[in-house]
Design a binder for this molecule. Structure first.
Ligand SMILES: [Zn+2]
Length: 358
């Protein structure tokens, strides 16, 4: 809780802190074990804490670890908020549902993706007619090279630079990160069907949120934007009631990734859009909190190397250490000032949410 606090050493430590904080705050906790194990053989689970009245009219769902490694920051926000405030701060008729490490495999293995190499926030697509991404198809080999040798990377980077020359950096970002459904060993792969974390999210929405009058969803992400700055990313279109409500609640840090004014590309298969559809006609106000870390080229290089490690290398071999260190630095900087800025923003957004619901 000190100003100089860093992030947890690993998934296990983050999980232990969350469970202790939830317990101390008087939350009702349910754990959903996953069959896979972490790199040290640790048990993996999604831990869900409900704070507040069981029949609350307003429920705020706060999710960490949708993108595995991004859960280091999200988990810290959840745990530290529980430790600092917990039940004492909740307005009448409001409950908070904290979902810790919805992608526990990615968190534990320091990956963005899950146990199936799937990007969970691209996995809520129509798998009978998955979205096309011709740009990714063109770049697939440059993003999943067979080797990380200087020669192989030079070939790959030349292809990326040529694509950028023809389509601009926004075009590269859309092709790389918008989501793709044809390259199972590539990055930003949306999968071929609902993965375990997808199915659990759907169950949690059905069992925890269907009786609410109003639902708020806050999904905690890192890795895009200016360092330590936040963007509140909405998938709603500006001008629609959902978007204008988000701006009224949270101000001009709200940006739309469907309108092209966000640090994020327009994405296929986002989970909060699916949750809104499942919950209709309940009013749902959802936002992804995205904190910047390092520049986007460094992020992409770290993701490409980690992808190589898991498909062409040995994730438990000696070559893993520098690759994992780079990936962690790209998504979970061990920088107390960065952590302090992230947490301060998180509590501001949460306070704004309580005020808007009051
Ligand atoms: Zn993310």
């Amino acid at each position: 809780m000190s100003v100089g606090e860093g992030l947890a050493a690993g998934y296990d430590a983050a999980r232990a802190r969350f469970l202790a904080a939830a317990d101390a705050a008087g939350a009702v906790v349910q754990s959903h074990p996953f069959p896979d194990r972490g790199p040290s053989g640790e048990e993996l689970a999604v831990d869900v804490a409900w704070l507040g009245p069981a029949d609350a009219a307003d429920v705020i769902g706060i999710v960490s670890g949708t993108h595995g490694v991004e859960g280091f920051a999200g988990s810290l926000c959840q745990s530290r908020w529980l430790e600092a405030h917990g039940r004492a701060l909740l307005p009448d008729g409001t409950a908070v549902l904290l979902v810790h490490a919805i992608n526990p495999y990615g968190f534990a293995w320091v990956r963005r993706v899950n146990e199936d190499n799937v990007d969970l926030n691209r996995n809520f697509a129509d798998f009978d007619d998955p979205p096309a991404n011709a740009g990714y198809d063109e770049l697939a080999e440059a993003l999943d090279p067979p080797s990380l040798s200087p020669e192989a990377l030079a070939v790959a980077d030349t292809a990326l630079l040529e694509y950028a020359g023809a389509h601009g950096m926004d075009g590269v970002q859309a092709a790389v990160s918008g989501g793709q459904y044809h390259h199972p060993t590539g990055i930003f792969y949306g999968g071929s069907g609902p993965v375990r974390s997808h199915r659990l999210l759907r169950e949690l929405v059905r069992t925890r949120l269907f009786d609410a009058r109003r639902v708020v969803l806050l999904d905690l992400h890192t890795g895009l934007g200016e360092r330590a700055e936040v963007e509140l990313i909405s998938h709603a279109v500006p001008g629609t009631p959902d978007y204008e409500r988000a701006v009224a609640w949270w101000g001009d840090r709200v940006a739309s990734n469907t309108a092209g004014d966000s640090v994020s590309a327009d994405l296929a298969g986002q989970w909060m859009a699916a949750a809104e559809a499942w919950l209709a006609p309940i009013e749902v106000t959802s936002i992804a909190l995205e904190w910047g870390t390092v520049d986007s080229i460094t992020v992409l290089q770290a993701l490409r190397a980690d992808n190589w490690l898991h498909h062409h290398g040995n994730p438990t071999g000696p070559e893993a250490d520098p690759i994992k260190a780079d990936l962690r630095a790209a998504f979970a900087p061990d920088d107390p000032e960065w952590v302090a800025a992230v947490y301060a923003c998180f509590t501001t957004v949460l306070d704004q949410t309580f005020a808007a619901l009051a």
